[in-house]
Design a protein around this ligand. Structure first.
Ligand SMILES: C[S@@+](CC[C@H](N)C(=O)[O-])C[C@H]1O[C@@H](n2cnc3c(N)ncnc32)[C@H](O)[C@@H]1O
Length: 350
């Protein structure tokens, strides 16, 4: 069966790695294509397995994919016409495996997405696909149990898919308490992967907010010690709530990351979502925070240690990082964070 996952912009490579690491040994996986914000692949196992992917925003079962969409309305027909003869047996088996209730006369709804210049509108796309399913005897419904069909046209690509995931696929059950600038778990997971997790890691997030990065680290596998801290007591309370009793050993501190109460050369990995300056509006204050916390990170990081830091303030950040002689950027990824351009810097102690 053909599937696609959608991904936060900038995390496509990490999503591909996750898919390969998790499923290539099974012999059931074949990755076909990587597109912006999307991976297309064949998988012969149970689709329920795919719902646990930590980089994916949504999981789709692809009914039809064409790389031949043009500006013209006639390409809409090319996308919808195979649906009239489509054999849904295997598709319905897949739907059942993820808990979707299927019936002979299926209630459905169509969501359409369109980008690029076209001689048709998004509504035209939606209506063509709706018509194709209505002609099969299915009926349009708004109820929760309706099959979620997605019709998408991006660049030359057209997709008709069934959404298999629920809307909370990218959420995590651990996230009970939130703070305003809390990081998406998919981005936190990707940052942790970039730190190359190791069972011996002493792992630090010195501005941990609601604890998303620390929790993603805890979920990935063994570590020696988790350390989190924040200047805000509300943020720390959120971390404590989200951890509950699980994931030992760990310790949380109410601290200022500019003066860490940690000994030098003691931390293997630092992964941190730095404040972007939305709450600290003032540039000199943000400069001071970046300068002094980077110096502290350089001090506590072990030789050969690794840091993964996220910021939207690239110039400011890279300017301050240059002052830290032992720290070198080895990789930089551009990602979208709440609609803003931001950069994940992977840094090595040299
Ligand atoms: C962008 S948020 C981090 C969000 C976190 N990754 C999450 O998912 O919840 C930045 C955090 O840095 C904290 N912070 C700001 N200045 C700090 C400082 N000097 N020392 C420690 N924490 C600080 C804020 O209180 C906030 O919780």
């Amino acid at each position: 069966m053909l599937y696609s996952i959608t991904i936060n912009p900038g995390l496509e490579t990490i999503a591909r790695q996750e898919l390969t690491e998790r499923f290539s040994d099974t012999g059931h996986l074949k990755i076909l294509d990587r597109r912006p914000q999307r991976l297309l692949f064949q998988y012969r196992g149970n689709p329920r397995d795919l719902l646990s992917l930590r980089t994916a925003e949504h999981l789709f079962l692809v009914l039809k994919q064409t790389p031949k969409m043009t500006r013209s309305r006639s390409s809409l027909e090319a996308l919808s016409s195979p649906l009239a003869r489509f054999n849904f047996k295997e598709v319905f088996d897949c739907c059942r495996q993820v808990g979707i209730n299927v019936r002979r006369r299926m209630p459905f709804r169509v969501t359409s997405r369109l980008s690029g210049k076209r001689n048709f509108r998004r509504l035209d796309l939606q209506q063509v696909i709706e018509r194709a399913f209505l002609e099969r005897g299915w009926y349009l419904a708004k109820s929760k149990s309706a099959l979620d069909i997605w019709a998408e046209v991006h660049g030359d690509d057209g997709y008709i898919s069934i959404k298999l995931s629920k809307n909370d696929m990218a959420q995590r059950p651990y996230k009970q308490a939130h703070i305003p600038a809390s990081l998406k778990p998919t981005i936190a997971y990707s940052m942790v992967q970039l730190s190359r997790p190791h069972p011996d890691d002493v792992f630090l997030d010195a501005m941990c907010g609601a604890g998303t990065i620390l929790l993603e680290r805890a979920h990935i596998g063994r570590y020696r010690y988790l350390i989190g801290g924040d200047i805000s007591t509300e943020a720390l309370d959120a971390t404590v709530t989200n951890f509950g009793r699980q994931h030992q050993p760990r310790q949380f501190f109410h601290w200022d990351a500019r003066t860490l109460p940690l000994q030098s050369n003691t931390v293997d990995k630092i992964v941190c979502n730095l404040p972007f300056g939305e709450t600290i509006g003032n540039v000199p204050q943000l400069t001071n925070l970046y300068r002094r916390s980077l110096k502290e990170y350089e001090r506590v990081l072990k030789p050969r240690g690794r840091m993964v830091l996220l910021t939207s303030q690239r110039e400011l950040f890279e300017g301050e990082l240059k002052q830290c002689r032992s720290l070198k950027v080895v990789q930089r990824l551009t990602v979208d964070v709440r609609g803003m351009r931001a950069w994940i810097h992977v840094i090595r102690f040299t």
